[in-house]
Design a protein around this ligand. Structure first.
Ligand code: NIG
Ligand code: FE
Length: 417
C-alpha cells in the first residue's frame, strides 16, 4: 500500500503510465516462481540501454526505445535499475540502544554471556516494555526510513522484545502500522520465543507463547523461534512451531547461529519456509534443508557485530543447490538497515559473487517471506524498483560503504522517505 501523500509523481488520470527511459542497464534475476539455486544464482539478466514501462503497480515491458506516449517519463540515463531489495529478517521495532555492549564485546565478552547476565535481548525487553506506543512508533519509523533510503522495498519485522502478551501486541501493532504508511511493504512475524523472560520459568513461558498464538495470528503472518543453546531447546521450539502451524502461521526458525545445535535439522523436519543464520550448519544439515524445500536466510551483519569471523558457508550452500537469501537482522546487537552492506559482506566475507548477492537480496529473499511477484524486473511483476547512481550493477558491491540508491519506486510510485 502506498499512501498518496508519499508520492512525488501523481499519475492522474489513471491510464497514464510511467516510463523509466534510457538506463545504462536494467539488471534482474531470471523471473521464477521457485528460488534460484546453484549456477542459476550467479546468472542475472542484463538489459543494456533499456527502458522500463510501468502501468499502475505493475511492470509492463522492459526493452529499448519503448513508446513514451501516454507516459510520464523519468530520465534514468547513466543509471542502473535493479529490483527493490527485500529484507526478509529484521527485529526493527524496539526501544533504547546497546552501544555499551560493543565495548563489552571488544573486551572479549560473548553474545551468550551478555544475554545470560541480563544484557542483550533482555536489556532491550526492559526498554521496550517501558516505551509508550508513540515512542516505539517514532523510533521504529526512523529505522524504516533508513531501510527504504538504502533500497529496501519489502521488509519482514519480528516482535520478541516484549516477552509478555501486552508488549508483544504493542510491537506487532507498531510493525503493522509501519506497513500502512506507504513507505515500504511490511510482513509481520510473531517471535514470543526470542528469549525466556527473567520474570517467568521456562516451562510456564513456553506454554504461554503457545497459548497466545490463536489471538496473535491476526497481527502476524509468520511465527519464529530462537532455537539455540541459551535460548529455546529443539523440543521447546518444536512444540511452539507445531502449535503455530495449527494456528495458521507460516514458520521460521533462528537456527544454528553458533553451531549445528539441532535448529537446522528441526527446520528441515518441519519444512519451514526459512531457516535463518545457519553459520554453524554442517553439510548434512544443509542437504537436509535443501531436500525439505527450506530457504536459508543468511545474516552476515551478525558475525560482523559480534566480532566473529564465523560467516555462513555460502559457497558450500550454493555448491549443494541450497537456495539462500540475505537479510540485515536489524536489531540492537546488529544495528544496520542496509541491504547494500549485506551484499557487500556476502561478497567480501562469504565469497558470493555480485550476481549471487543481488539474487539473494531480491527474488530469493521475496520467496523466503512467501512473496511471489516481487524481486524481478519483467512483465507482470510488481513495480518495486531502484534507480541507482552507478555505471554497472556490480558497483553495488565493488564500491562499498556509500548509498548507491537514488530513487525508490514501490508499486509504480516514487517514494519520498
Ligand atoms: O537474530 N539471535 C537472536 N536474535 C537476534 C538478536 C537480537 C538481539 O540481540 O537483540 C538475532 O541475532
Ligand atoms: Fe534475528
Amino acid at each position: 500500500m502506498v499512501s498518496e501523500n508519499r508520492c512525488l509523481y501523481e499519475l492522474a488520470p489513471l491510464e497514464i503510465m510511467l516510463l523509466l527511459r534510457g538506463a545504462m542497464e536494467v539488471v534482474t534475476p531470471k523471473p521464477t516462481s521457485i528460488p534460484l539455486v546453484g549456477e542459476a544464482m550467479g546468472q542475472v539478466v542484463r538489459h543494456p540501454h533499456a527502458d522500463v514501462l510501468i502501468d499502475g503497480n505493475q511492470i509492463v515491458e522492459v526493452g529499448q526505445n519503448l513508446d513514451s506516449s501516454n507516459s510520464k517519463v523519468i530520465d534514468v540515463s547513466g543509471k542502473v535499475i535493479v529490483p527493490g531489495f527485500v529484507d526478509p529478517h529484521t527485529h526493527l521495532v524496539w526501544s533504547g540502544s546497546r552501544e555499551h555492549e560493543l565495548e563489552w564485546k571488544l573486551e572479549g565478552r560473548t553474545y551468550q554471556e551478555i544475554l545470560a547476565d541480563g544484557g542483550g535481548i533482555l536489556r532491550t525487553v526492559g526498554e521496550t516494555r517501558k516505551a509508550s506506543k508513540e515512542d516505539l512508533q517514532s523510533e521504529s519509523l526512523i529505522r524504516l526510513k533508513n531501510a527504504v533510503r538504502h533500497g529496501t522495498t519489502t521488509i519482514e519485522i519480528k516482535s520478541g522484545y516484549g516477552l509478555e502478551k501486552k508488549t508483544e501486541i504493542k510491537q506487532l501493532e507498531v510493525a503493522n502500522w509501519l506497513g500502512t504508511l506507504g513507505l515500504a511493504e511490511t510482513v509481520v512475524t510473531y517471535m514470543g520465543a526470542h528469549a525466556i523472560p527473567d520474570d517467568m520459568d521456562r516451562y510456564t513461558y513456553v506454554a504461554s507463547v503457545s497459548e497466545n498464538l490463536e489471538e496473535l495470528r491476526k497481527l502476524a503472518e509468520f511465527c519464529d523461534v530462537f532455537c539455540e543453546e541459551g535460548a529455546f531447546t529443539e523440543d521447546e521450539s518444536r512444540t511452539i512451531l507445531e502449535a503455530a502451524r495449527n494456528a495458521g502461521f507460516g514458520l521460521k526458525i533462528h537456527a544454528d547461529e553458533f553451531g549445528d545445535t539441532g535448529g537446522g535439522k528441526l527446520a528441515a523436519e518441519l519444512r519451514v519456509i526459512s531457516a535463518d543464520h545457519l553459520a554453524g550448519s554442517t553439510l548434512e544439515t544443509i542437504q537436509a534443508l535443501r531436500d525439505s524445500g527450506v530457504i536459508g536466510v543468511l545474516l552476515p551483519g551478525t558475525p560482523l557485530a559480534i566480532l566473529s569471523d564465523h560467516f555462513a558457508p555460502a559457497r558450500k550452500m550454493i555448491a549443494n543447490n541450497f537456495p539462500i537469501a540475505l537479510a540485515t537482522d536489524c536489531n540492537p546487537n546488529c544495528y544496520t538497515e542496509s541491504m547494500q552492506l549485506m551484499q557487500q559482506l556476502a561478497v567480501f566475507r562469504m565469497g558470493m559473487t555480485p550476481a549471487e548477492s543481488l539474487v539473494a537480496s531480491t527474488i530469493n529473499a521475496a520467496l523466503a517471506i512467501g512473496k511471489t511477484d516481487r524481486g524481478c524486473i519483467a512483465e507482470g511483476w510488481k513495480a518495486n524498483l531502484l534507480i541507482c547512481d552507478i555505471p554497472d550493477y556490480r558497483h553495488l558491491t565493488y564500491h562499498f560503504g556509500i548509498n548507491h540508491v537514488e530513487t525508490v519506486i514501490i508499486g509504480g510510485k516514487v517514494i519520498d522517505a
